[in-house]
Design a protein around this ligand. Structure first.
Ligand code: AMP
Length: 192
């Protein structure tokens, strides 16, 4: 199995690129953010716990998202691999993912990083708020928190995966252009 990580700040276009990638490759797209929003919509206990943290732009506990990832690895078999989107988001999650995969005799295949400057993040998230109506896209304060959380807790993963020789970066675009989509697909092809 292949294990790709789609990486980047909030609003980098990860969801849009993920859709294009899974149209072209037999990979299961796992977005921890989408799974959490589904739990909230279904009114589960897990959703209730996650709701306030997400609305505030904070991360949910590692154990919660790791449980969802492990469940996906255990149950989804009929694909060539996984495209993880929004996970891992902390060094602890990255290390736990390595351990989870090594128990299966597997490893992370590559990190596909979509980079956009902070100045574009607001523009993209405001645009998305109009289309998708996500609660955590609604206020500038929440967006600011998510950007800070990204810089403090998620950005260190870049060095972690560079050290492992698995980090690949392309510039993102706002909105995602056809040329940008092709650039990301070319990156996937080059690391396949
Ligand atoms: P996303 O759709 O990836 O932007 O995720 C939306 C929100 O869900 C994030 O701001 C976090 O509150 C939460 N979340 C998603 N993935 C993770 C993760 N790997 N670790 C912790 N919290 C997460």
């Amino acid at each position: 199995m292949r294990y790709y990580i789609l990486f980047g700040p909030p609003g980098a276009g990860k969801g849009t690129h993920a859709s294009a990638i899974v149209e072209n490759y037999s990979l299961k797209h796992i977005s921890t953010g989408e799974l959490l929003r589904a739990e909230i919509a279904a009114g589960t206990e897990l959703g209730r716990q996650a709701k306030a943290l997400i609305a505030d732009g904070q991360l949910v506990p590692d154990s919660v998202v790791e449980g969802m990832i492990k469940n996906a690895f255990d149950t989804i078999k009929d694909v060539d691999g996984f495209l993880l989107d929004g996970f891992p988001r902390t060094l602890g999650q990255a290390r736990d993912l390595d351990a989870m995969l090594s128990e299966r005799g597997e490893e992370v295949s590559a990190i596909l990083s979509i980079m956009i400057p902070d100045s574009l993040i607001y523009e993209r998230i405001h645009h998305r708020a109009e289309i998708e109506g996500r609660a955590d896209d609604a206020s500038d304060e929440t967006i600011r928190h998510r950007i800070k959380t990204y810089h403090d807790q998620t950005e260190p993963l870049i060095e972690y995966y560079k050290a492992a020789g698995k980090y690949h970066e392309v510039q993102g675009d706002s909105p995602v252009t056809e040329e940008n989509r092709k650039r990301v697909l070319a990156l996937v092809e080059s690391v396949w």
